[in-house]
Design a protein around this ligand. Structure first.
Ligand SMILES: [Zn+2]
Length: 352
């Protein structure tokens, strides 16, 4: 660990005043202390943008942002750039980079179909990622803290449900968390590897501030998106092998991912709701209450979780001020995930 206080003060290159290392502005001449580094990052970002490497551009801009006082005009300009590049990343290869994003609202069936297509493209991309790029998935396992916390959780679940179910639960949770890590990286943000907490799940801690609400929502939804992918793979394995254990794992993982969609506190759903308009929130409430009404009461956990999703969505829709600009993709993903995960909990397999 590096304590900024113990670093030596350096003279300002412009006026020679001693400047403490955590200062961003020289107290003597009021110029930016890190002007040289800022120039370097700006050049890196420009080069990355020129070659359409948007994630690399975001990494450079975010590094620059950390060297600027939050009240400065440069900070504002670069935050704007980060938001704009986030849009380009999400637009995917199919869309021209110059298209300006459509703001929220549900008008226009064609636009809705476009969003659906984009979501399908993303799902295909994600499925390919999970199946083919296993290398990235293993990345989190190189961290000792992740491995240790994972083994402790595995041990706890093992004593409750036996090792196959315990392993399935830990692995599906891990895939969910890596979905968040992947989204962090896509937007050029640094994030720690997942930490497991037995009985609770796991969490990821970001190491840089997320300046854009839509990127925050997409990072929040990244976990359940990958989690749903893991559920689908488990269901596929169950159908292919006839082993009930896979269906049991799929069903339990589906409930956990559904739980994470409750729009409250620090749960993934709360991040997504930050960019949902009032009407989108009511639509999510209607979807949740319909699914809840259709869910068999014998499916106790799923039934209860959906009730919580309904109550919290309705609360958000009625009482929490919606954002000035909503995001249709996040709304479609949120509601789509809720439907798919609920269907997975209906799978007729008893929990162990
Ligand atoms: Zn999550």
């Amino acid at each position: 660990m590096l304590d900024a206080q113990t670093l030596p003060a350096l003279p300002c290159p412009d006026c020679g005043t001693e400047v403490a290392p955590h200062f961003l502005i020289c107290p003597g001449c009021h110029r930016l202390v890190h002007a040289e580094e800022l120039k370097k990052f700006a050049a890196e970002a420009a080069a990355a943008e020129a070659s359409s490497d948007w994630t690399a551009a975001l990494v450079a801009w975010r590094s620059a942002l950390e060297l600027l006082p939050t009240t400065s005009r440069q900070h504002q300009v670069i935050s704007g750039k980060i938001t704009e590049i986030g849009w380009r990343i999400d637009a995917g290869p199919a869309r021209a980079p110059e298209t300006t994003p459509a703001s929220g609202g549900w008008a226009g069936g064609a636009a809705g179909l476009g969003t659906l297509g984009l979501m399908l493209w993303k799902f295909k991309f994600l499925a390919g990622m999970i199946l083919l790029k296993g290398k990235f998935l293993l990345l989190g396992l190189t961290k000792l803290s992740t491995l240790l916390s994972m083994f402790v959780t595995l041990g706890a679940y093992w004593s409750l449900w036996g090792w196959p179910f315990a392993l399935g639960l830990v692995l599906t949770t891990y895939v969910h968390e890596m979905g968040h890590v992947m989204a962090f990286r896509r937007y050029g943000l640094k994030a720690d590897a997942p930490m497991f907490i037995p009985g609770f799940g796991a969490f990821i801690r970001g190491r840089q501030a997320i300046t854009d609400a839509r990127q925050e929502a997409q990072i929040g939804l990244g976990g359940p998106l990958w989690g749903a992918g893991a559920v689908a793979i488990c269901l596929g394995l169950s159908l292919a092998t006839g082993q009930l254990i896979f269906a049991g794992i799929a069903r339990f993982a589906a409930v956990i991912n559904l739980f994470n969609l409750i729009p409250i506190w620090q749960l993934d759903g709360a991040h997504a709701f930050k960019v949902l308009s009032r009407s989108q929130r009511w639509l999510a409430t209607a979807a949740a209450s319909t699914l809840w009404a259709l869910t068999d009461q014998s499916n106790q956990i799923g039934y209860t979780v959906l009730l919580f999703v309904t109550i919290c969505s309705a609360y958000q829709a009625a009482f929490v001020t919606p954002p000035a600009k909503s995001d249709r993709l996040s709304a479609v993903e949120y509601i789509g995930l809720m439907v798919l995960l609920t269907l997975a909990t209906w799978f007729p397999i008893p929990l162990p």
